[in-house]
Design a protein around this ligand. Structure first.
Ligand code: COA
Length: 377
């Protein structure tokens, strides 16, 4: 065993330079492509966010039209992909399994010759895969994508078969912009590692779906929604939180590895959810969500005085996505529909200045064993 320091989980290790996003965990600030997450999320369309990540600047009107049209023209999937998604739905597989299989199958023919073209195709097709799977799950026929709708609007349209209204599109688009990139998280690192072997962007995105699926990453918005609904129906958030903490359980939607203050994405999504529920004239549920947050933050401070546990992105993701009509079974897949923009941008950045990612491990096994033939064991 050498003298090298062992860094489990690579904490504190920097392995790339990036222009894509910057997290200040102490100040609670997130910058994406040079803009604060708040500025980007409120103003951008999802297409503009992705263009920004790919080109480090906003598109001109003509460039935006071309970019939008290119994505919109590549949304369809073939019968063989539908067959895979139908099978996943029939077998009751989670949406993330369907997305992993669909992402691989839908990109037959993509290669490493034009990585940005591959990236655009992957981004274009993710919502179609998720929506098609969901329609099968619901026993409904898939809805063909529409080229005249923006990325976010078309996604909602394919899920429901109905043209969504503006508040729902705006709510979903704010979500997609807010979570599009977030430093070198596990799935993004996975994407960079895959292309660092000079593999291709489709493989990088497919592997990243696998990394995002795990509960330590893809997160807790489904359980958060269950919790919020229970508290809304039962009332008495204080009793609920005390019960959980006394039982030694963690409160979903609170705490973060990097942020020591409120996750800045929680603020953006809270404002978006507030606007959405007000527009819908249905503020009762959202009022109880906000009241729950206040109670929970105070009780968590009492519970862990040495460790600031504040609201994370998952808390208001649950309230917002539920409001705009995304079923909770699709929350993690919806995260992937956004984050694929970040994954592919990181893959392109890595390819632009590549160094094979190849860390070391510390061997803790035996040396010098002598072989025992099978009959003597
Ligand atoms: N509720 C109650 N206690 C919590 C907590 C929560 N949400 N998050 C952390 N803690 C406690 C831990 O139990 C631990 O206490 P201990 O020292 O007595 O064991 C202490 O705070 C430190 O926790 P630690 O596991 O070191 O934090 P982490 O940085 O590894 O974890 C999370 C970050 C997000 C995994 C963690 O906060 C969590 O599990 N949150 C709930 C799940 C969630 O919302 N996930 C989505 C994240 S975006």
């Amino acid at each position: 065993m050498g003298d090298d320091i062992l860094n489990r989980g690579l904490e504190g290790i920097r392995v790339a330079e990036t222009r894509l996003s910057d997290i200040d965990g102490e100040a609670g600030e997130l910058t994406i492509g040079g803009y604060s997450v708040d500025e980007l999320a409120r103003n951008a369309t999802y297409e503009e966010s992705v263009f920004l990540l790919f080109h480090d600047r906003l598109p001109s009107p003509d460039e935006l039209d071309e970019f939008r049209a290119d994505l919109a023209g590549q949304r369809t999937i073939g019968d063989e992909v539908r067959a895979v998604l139908r099978r996943a739905a029939d077998e009751d597989k989670p949406a993330m399994d369907a997305l992993r299989m669909g992402a691989a199958a839908a990109n037959l023919g993509a290669g490493a010759e034009d990585p940005e073209a591959d990236a655009r195709r992957v981004i274009a097709v993710f919502p179609t895969i998720v929506a098609t799977y969901w329609r099968y799950r619901e026993g409904e026929a898939p809805v063909e994508p529409r080229e005249d709708l923006r990325h976010a609007a078309n996604y909602l349209y394919m899920l429901t078969g109905e043209e969504p209204d503006d508040p729902a599109v705006r709510g979903l688009e704010t979500y997609l912009n807010t979570v599009v990139d977030h430093g070198l998280n596990a799935s993004t690192f996975t994407a960079r590692t895959v292309v660092s072997t000079e593999s291709d962007v489709v493989s990088a995105a497919t592997a990243a779906v696998g990394a995002l699926k795990g509960p330590l990453h893809g997160g807790a918005p489904g359980p958060v929604l269950d919790m919020l609904r229970t508290v809304h129906e039962r009332g008495d958030p204080e009793a609920f939180v005390r019960e959980k903490l006394d039982a030694g359980e963690r409160l979903m939607g609170f705490g973060h590895r990097v942020y020591r203050v409120r996750d800045p994405r929680a603020a953006v999504l809270s404002a978006a959810a507030s606007e959405f529920y007000e527009d819908a004239g249905d503020t009762e549920f959202f009022e109880s969500v906000k009241a729950f947050e206040d109670v929970a933050v105070d009780l968590l401070a009492e519970h862990k005085p040495d460790r600031r546990l504040d609201t994370n992105v998952e808390f208001y993701t649950a309230a917002l996505l539920d409001g705009v009509g995304i079923p909770k079974e699709l929350f993690t897949a919806c995260f992937a529909v956004s984050r694929v923009g970040g994954w592919t941008a990181h893959a392109l950045e890595q390819l632009g200045d590549n160094r094979l990612i190849r860390p070391l491990s510390t061997y803790v096994g035996d040396h010098d064993r002598s072989w025992t033939p099978v009959v003597e064991r």
